[in-house]
Write a protein that binds this ligand. Structure first.
Ligand SMILES: [Zn+2]
Length: 210
């Protein structure tokens, strides 16, 4: 399988919540040509590894399972993208203070049921974490922590910090944890600088016209 992987993409994991980083794997949504970063099952695994959702061993085990049934892996990715777009629409609705569509909540609830069934509690550092057995053959294993993250965020006080990037073609969703809710960009280095450059261009054009 490894020889089929080709060059795996590098992902930007920046927004402060696993589920939102997942949502942002479709880039430039408002543009005529959005960029799909989850093309193949190994892409999803690589993203999950870079996001800290899966260990190397878990990734390798799922790669082996996917290699045994490439058709099923391809179908699984289509399902992951559908789930991602439902999450996107839910979080956009949240950011706009609107009610999410029932169909999107149904999609997330179905994924939640799938993720909860094989989950179990593990004592960790005097507290507990949810984990999943590593002996699973389920290709969906990769999205279970993401579903968990979405449900955690949707049921937490951080929900009112969910914000849409103001970048012109971005619409990445991030958690604005600034004290006065003033963060406007997913990443100052990209969208923030582009906006500053645009503002500078507009100002210099306006001055030139005078
Ligand atoms: Zn942005």
């Amino acid at each position: 399988m490894t020889s089929d992987l080709g060059k795996l993409p590098e992902y930007e994991i920046i927004v402060g919540a696993l589920c939102l980083d997942f949502v942002n794997t479709l880039e430039d949504r408002p543009s005529p040509e959005p960029v799909e970063r989850l093309q193949r099952y190994p892409d999803v695994l690589e993203w999950a590894k870079q996001a800290g959702a899966l260990t190397d061993d878990q990734v390798n085990s799922l790669l082996d399972i996917a290699a045994d049934d490439m058709g099923a892996a391809a179908i699984a990715v289509v399902g992951f993208r559908d789930l991602r777009e439902s999450m996107y629409r839910i979080f956009v609705a949240v950011a706009w203070g609107e009610s999410p569509a029932a169909a999107d909540i149904d999609t997330l609830n179905a994924a939640l049921a799938d993720a909860l069934a094989p989950s179990y509690l593990v004592p960790k550092g005097g507290r507990f974490v949810i984990s999943w057995r590593d002996d699973t053959e389920a290709l969906d294993r990769v999205v279970w922590p993401i579903v968990r993250s979405a449900v955690d965020l949707l049921t937490s006080d951080l929900l009112d910090r969910v914000t849409l990037c103001s970048g012109q073609t971005c619409e990445w969703i991030f958690l604005d944890e600034s004290r006065n809710h003033s963060r406007r960009w997913c990443d100052m280095k990209t969208c923030g600088n582009q906006a500053k450059a645009r503002a500078f261009y507009r100002r210099s054009k306006a001055q030139g016209a005078n």
